[in-house]
Design a binder for this molecule. Structure first.
Ligand code: OOB
Length: 555
């Protein structure tokens, strides 16, 4: 018998629960209930467009109900967790809403994840099932399903019972495309709005990604309020250009906000101008979110494009810092409104407002969604810093989690005794109450919006017998914002490793490609301080500094 499932919960103190309800933030809405209502009311309106598919609200709901019945027919039971690894295809939403409808709990993985990450999500969430596309971006996810199955047979994934393949050709796995409607199997009641609807994954600033439990009430509030701030309504056409599972295109206001508003969601298989510009013209896209390097690429490409981009109303940029100069270039290149978004999967999201002065839009990362988002900016001792000074950002509020799932050590580190989440970001607040992101407390690398833990990459490289020691740092990069640089001390007596071979070796371990170092620098030793032992943090800082001094001209 596998060990019992660790309960999924997110607990705000009673007084705050009352406050958030009375203030009208938490309205007792749930994912299945709102989509069912939209399907009844909006029926034939287009909900989602992707590839050759174009589904109305009625069709999306019908497909979600079929998916729900199919998952339950496989023997999954309400409360089971299901790791979902799908790309930007309409089935992403029929699967996810199907899971919600069945009372199952999606765990959102990204298409780039491989066995190391997926195995970790499966174990941490005690997942009963894995759902993936047959193929996406030239990768056959049945390979991953097979690896998971082998781990399950070896007793390493005691909860895993089913793997489901979407998009045909399911091989030995359950075939999502063959799921049949069966209303008798479906729950008669909608889930508890205070219950955990899904597990999002953290950027993993230290070590492996953590699982983020979000409730129906808290998450729906975040995108309903985002819709208002971002001006999303029934006539909006929202494009998902970043990976659909990421919190930004999911809920800020994202596809979920768009569905909530009865708008149309257009999925792009790639965020490149070549792919997206034609789609923007064809579908008359009005809103979308990008990470800074893509926004710059778009601004440049827009100047010479033959496509009509005049439908674009708002371009949101977030996930990593957009410098003032970059913001200017984006505004000059794309003739639409810019909105900066500073958010995190754990909760808090800040937006510049659409009617803010250019000064604010160019120079800040916005202000919180909610009047009840509490923001503290503190020093090393946890004391508030004087107004206008940089400090660590702590936050608590009606859509910010109070703890990660199944991770006591991370919870002890990441939350204060009175429930504030330590974001790890260093920010300052302007006199108008807007936040400006200055940097961060942890050694993670923000590579074009993908967060990579230096520690995690170091651990992988240290597993290589040719590597004696390694320090992984972020290096400023013109295109990516930051790139991953690994300083490696080869092991004496072993054949000297080569950079490309080390990268290939890491890839073969089954690690997401975005975590593979962009650059490997071999060194003979890490110089230590007179005291003898240097902290990893200091060591990384020193290596980065020396590297930049030695090669000031490098990107
Ligand atoms: C978004 O979410 P995550 O969970 O991938 O990453 C959160 C972290 C933040 O703590 C911060 O370090 C960084 O990403 N970040 C930014 C930023 N937006 C996010 N740093 C500077 N400037 C910004 N505008 O990245 C995310 C979630 C929802 C909406 C938007 C982004």
């Amino acid at each position: 018998m596998p060990e019992a499932l660790i309960p999924l919960r997110q607990t705000w103190p009673d007084a705050l629960v009352r406050r958030y309800r009375e203030a009208g933030y938490w309205r007792g809405e749930t994912f299945p209930a709102f989509l069912r209502e939209r399907a009844q009311r909006l029926g034939s309106r287009t909900a989602v467009v992707g590839g050759e598919q174009r589904w109305s609200y009625a069709q999306l709901w019908e497909r979600a109900e079929t998916a729900a019945a199919g998952f339950l027919a496989l023997g999954l039971v309400p409360g089971d967790r299901v790791v979902v690894q799908l790309g930007n295809v309409p089935a992403f939403y029929s699967v996810v809403f199907g899971l919600f409808r069945a009372g199952l709990v999606p765990v959102y993985a990204l298409p780039a994840h491989r066995i190391t990450e997926i195995g970790h999500f499966m174990r941490k969430s005690q997942a009963a099932a894995y759902v993936a596309l047959r193929s996406y971006e030239n990768y056959d996810y049945r390979l991953l399903a097979r690896e998971l199955q082998a781990q399950a047979e070896a007793g390493e994934l005691p909860h895993l019972r089913q793997a489901v393949i979407v998009g045909g050709d399911a091989g030995e796995f359950a075939d999502f495309d063959a799921f049949a409607p069966n209303p008798a199997l479906l729950p008669t009641e909608d889930p508890d709005p205070q219950s955990v609807a899904f597990l999002q994954i953290s950027g993993g600033s230290t070590g492996l990604s953590k699982l983020i439990p979000r409730t129906h009430d808290d998450y729906i509030y975040s995108f309903r309020a985002s819709n208002e701030i971002c001006g999303i309504g029934e006539d909006s056409v929202y494009m998902v250009a970043l990976p659909a599972a990421h919190n930004f295109p999911m809920s800020s206001p994202g596809a979920m906000g768009a569905f909530y508003a009865g708008a149309t969601v257009v999925l792009s298989p790639s965020p490149s101008p070549e792919t997206t510009f034609a789609l923007i013209e064809r579908e008359r896209v009005t809103d979308l979110g990008l990470v800074p390097p893509l926004a710059l690429l778009w601004a440049q490409a827009a100047e010479s494009t033959k496509h009509d981009l005049s439908s674009l109303r708002v371009l949101q940029v977030g996930g990593a810092k957009l410098t003032t100069e970059a913001a200017r270039r984006v505004v000059a290149g794309l003739k639409c409104r810019l909105q900066q978004v500073f958010g995190m999967a754990e909760g808090l999201v800040n937006y510049t407002r659409l009617d803010d002065a250019d000064e604010i839009v160019l120079n800040t990362q916005g202000r919180p969604i909610s009047p009840d988002d509490e923001v503290l900016i503190v020093d090393d001792q946890g004391r508030s810093v004087p107004e206008g000074q940089p400090g660590y950002l702590l936050t608590r509020g009606p859509y910010t989690i109070r703890g990660y799932h199944n991770d006591d050590a991370a919870n002890a580190r990441s939350f204060t005794d009175d429930g504030f989440y330590r974001t790890g970001d260093v920010v300052l607040r302007t006199p108008e109450g807007y936040l400006n992101v200055q940097g961060r407390a942890h050694d993670h690398i923000n590579r074009a919006g993908e967060k990579i833990s230096a520690e995690e990459v170091e651990d992988h490289l240290l597993a290589n017998p040719q590597v004696f020691d390694v320090a992984v740092v972020s290096i400023p990069d013109e295109y990516l914002g930051e790139r991953i640089c690994a300083f490696v001390i080869p092991r004496a007596g072993e054949a000297r490793p080569r950079g490309p071979a080390l990268k290939a070796w890491m890839r073969e371990r089954g690690v997401a490609a975005y975590k593979i170092p962009d650059q490997i620098v071999f060194v003979d030793a890490f110089e230590t301080t007179a005291v003898g032992k240097t902290s990893r943090k200091e060591l990384r800082a020193r290596l980065r500094e020396d590297f930049l001094k030695a090669q000031p001209a490098q990107g």
